[in-house]
Design a protein around this ligand. Structure first.
Ligand code: EPU
Length: 420
């Protein structure tokens, strides 16, 4: 158990840059399995999900290792398609290994993937898309087994909803399939575009990534390698912005893509923060003596909507606002498990499935709370910055899955926040 200790009431100042996006790096690491030449991913943060990915790559026989701030991979002739249950269960992103191992090995045995308990997280779209490309799928008692008889082939496949992970699975499979694949109803998130950019840099032929219709001309001979810098983490950037909104202060978020979290910045403006976005940087200011504006209706949806991962952060900001608000998550059924922690801090909140109602006007006071998941845990840290006295956020390792050193980063901006 880790404990993040926060003493609220200090304003934040200075500047900070987000690392490479976790949700880009994780599929990129899996995609390196498709490459017949070495790859170098630049500036990869030290997250536990990245460590799990490196362990998973090692377990299937691949070569991938840290080299300073980068990760280097080199191709190996033989891989194994059996994912150890401990690694599959440690993160949702084990699903990214379906496609590359099916392409490379011809058979994959994947115990059911783990990850944050945000509600049911089926993998039917990943599997349906792979089946349309020629995979045979069987469900064993404790695992799903995928096989292919010949090569995977191109397909015209419509996703029943724009799943980020399934779009990424199918990009990887189609990049090395025989013939052309058309994906319709694809997810358009920046991390999907980033994966397509990486695959194209390795010789794939993908057009339309970042739009709902993606066309992939398969390169049956396999891919080359490349050196690639993943996109900056828009959720980490939004977390820093939320921290300034909660604590008050004046912080510049450098080396980020403001357009990638524009919905969150618009939300902060509506809540009464001053936000100035320029090329590659955003300045967020909030007068700690002026109350934040409530009366907000936030609705999280797929890109370009309000990002689901930032919904708990928005809720944390609104706890002390001057009027009631409502945050609704259209993607996950259990996004607001952090509500218990908000209530313990003294907020008036009511979680009802996908919806969180916030009374507003709370005077938060420090106490002991528990991080229920990654973003909910970060939201509790953000809320604690506005609480009187000491808050201890107990965390079973959720937060370090997505933030390399959140307490140190906030302390660098002047917060009284540390790993106890
Ligand atoms: N879904 C299905 N069937 C599928 C796949 C998804 O029903 O085969 C449903 C899910 O249950 C969910 C919805 O579709 O209700 C959206 O899920 P999606 O597949 O888009 O999400 P994901 O790929 O599992 C990624 C991020 C999440 C982020 C979501 C939405 C990674 C590693 N994870 O998950 O990030 O919330 O997209 O943007 O890319 C996080 O970083 O904390 C995190 C949870």
């Amino acid at each position: 158990m880790e404990i993040i200790e926060v003493r609220g009431g200090r304003t934040l100042a200075g500047s900070i840059a987000p690392p490479a996006a976790k949700n880009s790096v994780l599929p990129l690491l899996a995609a390196t399995l498709l490459c017949g030449e070495p790859c170098r991913l630049r500036g990869v943060p030290r997250l536990t999900d990245v460590d799990t990915s490196l362990a998973l790559l090692g377990a299937v026989g691949a070569k991938a290792a840290r080299w300073g701030r980068d990760i280097l991979t080199s191709p190996v002739p033989l891989l194994c398609g059996d994912i150890p249950p401990r690694l599959a269960g440690a993160m949702r992103s084990s699903v990214f290994y379906f496609a590359p191992l099916l392409v490379r090995v011809g058979q994959v045995r994947m115990p059911m993937p783990g990850g944050c308990r945000l509600g049911p997280r089926p993998v039917d779209i990943h599997l349906d898309g792979l089946a349309a490309m020629g995979a045979q799928i069987e469900f064993a008692a404790d695992a799903v087994v995928l096989r292919r008889a010949g090569r995977l082939h191109g397909a015209d496949f419509t996703l029943r909803l724009p799943s980020v992970g399934a779009t990424e699975t199918l990009l990887m499979a189609a990049a090395c399939a025989q013939g052309t694949t058309v994906l319709r109803g694809a997810a358009c998130e920046p991390e999907v575009e980033d994966l397509a950019a990486f695959l194209n840099a390795c010789g794939a032929r993908i057009t339309g990534a970042g739009t709902p219709v993606v066309v992939i001309h398969g390169r049956a001979g396999g891919l080359d390698g490349c050196t690639f810098t993943p996109v900056p983490d828009r959720i980490a950037a939004a977390t820093y912005a939320a921290a300034v909104a909660s604590a008050g202060g004046d912080v510049t978020i450098r080396r980020c893509r403001p357009g990638h979290f524009a919905t969150f910045l618009d939300f902060l403006r509506a809540a009464g923060c001053q936000v100035n976005a320029g090329p590659g940087a955003v300045r967020v200011c909030r007068d700690p003596h002026a109350p934040l504006k409530g009366g907000q209706e936030v609705f999280a949806a797929a890109w370009p909507g309000f990002a689901t991962d930032t919904a708990p952060l928005a809720a944390a900001v609104l706890l002390t606002a001057d009027a009631p608000s409502r945050v609704y998550d259209g993607l996950f059924q259990n996004r607001f498990a952090c509500a218990a922690g908000f209530a313990a801090l003294g907020a008036q909140v009511q979680a009802n499935g996908r919806e969180l109602r916030i009374g507003g006007g709370a005077r938060l006071a420090g106490t002991v709370v528990t991080a229920p998941d990654l973003r909910g845990g970060a939201a509790l840290v953000v809320a604690a910055l506005a609480a009187r006295g000491k808050t201890c956020v107990l965390d079973e390792g959720h937060i370090r899955r997505g933030y390399q050193a959140l307490p140190d980063e906030l302390a660098g901006l002047g917060a009284a926040c540390r790993m106890a």
